[in-house]
Design a protein around this ligand. Structure first.
Ligand SMILES: COc1ccccc1CNc1ccc(C(N)=O)cn1
Length: 258
């Protein structure tokens, strides 16, 4: 029985390939979030706003050069329709997001900002992108999932929506204590183990089999801190650690040096 919930996150998607979004809308945790209404996804395809016989959605770049851009009138019609629906569905004006390599780098803090704000309209570019005047007139924020170029903004949009959906209350069944999470947030995750107890002679760390939940908790925090220190020391820069965290990290470093 999937209970109906008020959408914790409303996302309008502007894309030429809406069927790509089945990857998040029909599967797993995000699929269930959509099925239960915790996350609402609606789609607008610029091609549906084409008025010519060939249903054109691309246009040639002024100044020449390789490739095409998204046609302005069909793209803007789709964005405006999505924006209007966002207000109707949520009573709030949406934040219009454009995914591009020129955008602000997305990290967990940015995901938290986007997930906790107004409804989103996410614009997935194709071809070589969109007219800069559309960015100025219709886009509120430009975001990038990393320094690489993809064939379209759909995969970046799905990355953003997936990460934001996980932060909607009720989406992750195993909502741990918020306090614990906030302390460990921003650190790398500890190692995880499941059956069997031995794989190719490699055993599960004994503490995890001990049933001593205090020791297990401390071991996991120590491993998270230690891994972060080893692999991403930048994440520890300028970060205040609790007394317990400082002790555990010192222990890890001590053992690592041995
Ligand atoms: C040539 O493609 C474009 C050119 C300009 C804008 C959008 C696109 C669509 N492609 C994208 C989109 C986002 C990202 C990212 N790093 O977030 C990577 N590629």
């Amino acid at each position: 029985m999937t209970e109906r919930a008020a959408a914790g996150l409303w996302v309008g998607v502007v894309s030429l390939f809406p069927e790509m979004f089945e990857a998040i809308a029909r599967h797993g945790i995000t699929g269930r979030a959509v099925a239960t209404g915790r996350v609402a996804l609606e789609f607008w395809n610029p091609r549906d706003h084409a008025t010519d016989r060939h249903r054109t959605v691309d246009d040639r770049p002024y100044g020449g050069g390789p490739g095409m851009l998204m046609k302005v009138d069909t793209l803007r019609a789709a964005i405006h329709a999505a924006r209007q629906r966002a207000v109707e569905a949520t009573g709030q004006r949406p934040r219009v997001i454009y995914l591009s390599p020129q955008g602000r780098r997305l990290d967990q803090r940015g995901v938290q900002e986007l997930a906790s704000g107004p409804p989103l309209v996410v614009v997935a570019g194709r071809y070589e992108g969109i007219d800069e005047r559309v960015v100025e007139a219709d886009i509120d924020e430009e975001w990038s999932i990393g320094d690489y170029v993809l064939s379209g903004g759909e995969l970046p949009a799905m990355v953003l929506i997936d990460a934001a959906a996980r932060l909607v209350p009720g989406v992750l069944g195993h909502q741990d204590s918020a306090v614990e999470d906030s302390f460990n947030a921003g650190l790398l995750d500890c190692p995880h183990y499941t059956r069997p107890e031995e794989i190719d002679g490699r055993r599960v760390p004994q503490v995890l089999l001990s049933g001593n939940h205090g020791a297990i908790r401390r071991w996991r925090i120590k491993q998270s801190l230690g891994r972060t220190w080893l692999r991403r020391p930048d994440l520890l820069e300028g970060r205040a650690l609790s007394d317990e965290q400082r002790e555990l990290l010192a222990e890890f470093i001590e053992e690592y040096a041995d």
